[in-house]
Design a protein around this ligand. Structure first.
Ligand SMILES: C[S@@+](CC[C@H](N)C(=O)[O-])C[C@H]1O[C@@H](n2cnc3c(N)ncnc32)[C@H](O)[C@@H]1O
Length: 273
């Protein structure tokens, strides 16, 4: 298997669409009247979910006239939330075909299919023209990408000059390698974390100026501790639907990884020079 296939296999599970709809129904949601809030526990696939997405959208200064790129759009929660809040049009690209299909299905169910669209593809070779987007963001994706220089060069290629680029990712902390499994990888074979300093150099080399950096370790740790406490009475609607049976082990490891500073959640706002 290639690296891309291993990453997509990590995120693929049998009949994801039925699993997502089944979890929504089990949690008492009306499938004919789904709202963005109904979906939020399952479609925001990163630490601190919707809250972190909203913070990123506000810092990026999104507005209705912009066409925005979501790099590694997952099942589409962030793009639907930001398109609905800020009125912008968002195109997502993702390596996992099932995620693109479910993202498209959920967008239609909440009536946002005119605002968001999802393409299956690799962030390292995106099927988009040069300088076509006014802004871009990526959340919890680069941890799966070894060629980060290639990733940021490709994002720079598709952005207009002066465009904003928001990153919300888990970086390598000072405490050593993370314990596996984690939500983005079951083994170190598909996990590629870089330090904050390496990240700065990668972004500057790709032609970005870093406007701000924010560490959200404290908030992320509180969020995972809350998730760990909820284990005994977990709602059927949650990231376990996407991640399967080792989800509880992933939560426990993330609590340790954060407390021991093995991972560092950071938000960076950049501008293409
Ligand atoms: C943890 S999920 C985050 C999804 C989404 N950004 C969110 O926050 O809800 C990571 C996503 O990155 C995607 N991904 C990983 N490597 C990728 C690549 N090379 N190109 C495009 N997508 C990739 C995966 O398929 C997966 O959907």
């Amino acid at each position: 298997m290639t690296l891309d296939q291993q990453v997509a296999a990590h995120y693929t599970r049998d009949d994801l669409e039925a699993a997502v709809l089944g979890a929504l129904q089990a949690a008492g949601k009306d499938l004919d009247r789904l709202t963005l809030d109904d979906l939020a526990p399952i479609d925001e696939f990163h630490v601190r979910g919707r809250e972190a997405t909203m913070e990123l959208g506000e810092r990026l200064g999104l507005s209705s006239e912009l066409h925005v790129l979501d790099v590694g759009s997952g099942v589409g929660g962030p793009s639907r939330r930001l398109a609905d809040t800020f009125g912008c049009r968002i195109t997502g690209i993702d390596l996992t075909p099932d995620f693109c299909r479910v993202a498209t299905m959920l967008a239609a169910r909440v009536g946002l299919d005119g605002k968001v669209a999802y393409r299956h593809g690799n962030a390292l070779a995106m099927p988009f023209e040069d300088e076509g987007f006014y802004a871009a963001y990526t959340q919890h994706v680069a941890m799966n990408i070894e060629d980060k220089a290639g990733l940021y060069a490709e994002v720079a290629r598709v952005l207009k000059r002066g465009a904003s680029f928001g990153i919300y990712d888990l970086l390598q902390g000072e405490g050593g390698e993370p314990a596996f499994p984690v939500p983005w990888a079951r083994t170190p074979a598909t996990s590629f974390l870089v330090s904050a300093e390496q990240m700065r150099l990668l972004l500057e080399d790709a032609g970005f100026e870093i406007v701000s950096t924010r560490d959200t370790t404290e908030e992320g740790t509180a969020w995972f501790l809350g998730m760990q406490r909820a284990a005994a009475k977990r709602s059927p609607l949650g990231a376990q639907v996407l991640l399967g049976s080792d989800f509880e082990a992933m939560v426990r490891n993330q609590v340790c990884n954060l407390l021991e500073k093995r991972i560092a959640p950071k938000e960076l706002i950049c501008r293409k020079r």
